[in-house]
Ligand binder design. Structure first.
Ligand SMILES: Cc1ncc(COP(=O)(O)O)c(C=O)c1O
Length: 399
């Protein structure tokens, strides 16, 4: 399949000045997203915030729920917006703890790749109500072991939580197979798709999850401060938002309120509307490119990157799993990661360092050092990868 790299780079102004390999941190926004946000901010200044919102709503520029529903193959009423993936996930998780009545002795089955914030929420709930958090072991490839997952499910299991792609490396967990197991056992299933949304196709019906969350700023290329929560319609009634406001649950009398019937019960009224206009534009933009074509392009670039890294003496790649994505985690046997990152930044190359505390279980199990994380997107070029590899070889070859 041919990929229109010229268009991708033309519509990504950040490509002109930097080699941006920190797409798993926050990707470069494309021009239409920047335009949507700045146009909205301008209108807020010109006619007022409420008035600009009404104007944008009438023009369909704020139908984010509709766009996100198309993006995920979900229903409009199954989408809620938040300011981050963590808050989106928290709303559903703390809502499930209360709604499902989790208590001492109940178990949440999770995976070694969970993100720190998720684990922190687990620990808080474990401390509060005695729920046990049990990570399912990985199989020999490094993915969650489906065999162990199936064997570990029993009457104590109340929730299954999976991270699709971890923060620190290229692993892709088998989200659909976990969904199949969860459905068969009738156990609620949460999927953290923060690192996969925008780089891998996501279809909530095919995955079979009850809850799915992601952030806008990463592979989706939306602005910072945006997050999306999907809650399956049937599951919605079983969980109650931990916080309510007049948007989530309008007052009916002085003493009564009514929680909204849709997933917007997890939202708050006040928000950054310009960022939401950017989020809507980013969802439309990703669908215009076709996420399957994006995934294919990213996979090609990431394998070029991995092959090149393997050839540099002293570099060790830490990606594991049968299926790999555009995030490449590596270290050098002798060189300090912070020094490498700083030197690359001086040369106009952005990468990130993923510290063990961000994915504690995986890092502890594999005894991982702080990892250099290079994450490529479809607008990156083969030439950029070559330049990056040459720079890295030059820096680390110096002894
Ligand atoms: C796997 C994973 N889950 C969740 C998050 C949290 O996303 P946010 O920062 O939008 O809350 C991250 C952020 O890096 C992540 O890597």
């Amino acid at each position: 399949m041919s990929f229109d790299l010229d268009r991708a780079r033309r519509e990504t102004s950040g490509c002109e000045n930097r080699i941006h390999f920190n797409n798993a941190g926050a990707a470069l926004m494309p021009t239409p997203v920047v335009d949507a946000m700045t146009a909205h901010i301008k209108r807020e200044a010109e006619i007022g915030g409420y008035e600009a919102q009404a104007e944008a709503e009438a023009a369909g520029r704020l139908d984010i729920h509709g766009a996100a529903a198309r993006f995920l193959n979900a229903g409009h009423k199954e989408i809620a917006l938040a300011e981050s993936a963590t808050r989106a996930w928290d709303m559903a998780f703390y809502g499930a703890v209360a709604g499902l009545g989790l208590k001492a002795g109940d178990r949440i089955l999770t995976c070694s790749a969970e993100y720190a914030s998720t684990q922190i929420a687990f620990l808080q709930v474990a401390k509060r109500c005695g729920v046990e958090i049990v990570p399912v072991p990985d199989n020999e490839t490094g993915q969650i072991s489906l065999k162990h997952l199936e064997a570990m499910i029993d009457q104590r299991t109340r929730l299954i939580s999976l991270t699709h792609v971890p923060t620190n490396c290229g692993l892709v967990n088998p989200a659909e197979s976990v969904g199949e197991i969860a459905r068969k056992a009738g156990i609620p299933y949460f999927l953290d798709a923060c690192q996969s949304a925008g780089q891998l196709p996501l279809d909530v019906k095919a995955i079979g999850c009850d809850v799915l969350t992601f952030t806008g700023r990463k592979y989706l290329r939306a602005p910072r401060g945006t997050g999306i929560l999907y809650v399956r319609a049937d599951f919605l009634e079983r969980i109650e938002p931990p916080f309510l406001d007049l948007h989530a649950a309008p007052l009916k009398t002085a003493d009564t309120y009514e929680i909204r019937p849709d997933a917007r019960r997890f939202e708050s009224w006040e928000t950054n509307i310009a960022a939401r206009a950017g989020l809507k534009s980013a969802l439309d933009y990703a669908m215009d490119w076709d996420v399957a074509a994006i995934a294919e392009r990213i996979e090609k670039l990431a394998s070029q990157l991995r092959q090149g890294l393997e050839a540099i003496p002293g570099i060790k790649i830490h990606d594991q799993g049968k299926v790999l994505c555009g995030i490449v985690g590596f270290s050098h046997t002798r060189h300090d990661p912070e020094k490498i990152r700083t030197e690359l930044a001086r040369e106009g190359v952005n990468i990130h360092i993923s510290y063990p505390a961000s994915t504690w279980t995986d890092s502890a199990l594999r005894n991982l050092p702080p990892l250099l994380r290079a994450s490529v997107h479809y607008y990156n070029s083969e030439t950029e990868i070559e330049r990056f590899l040459n720079l890295l070889e030059g820096m680390t070859g110096k002894g």
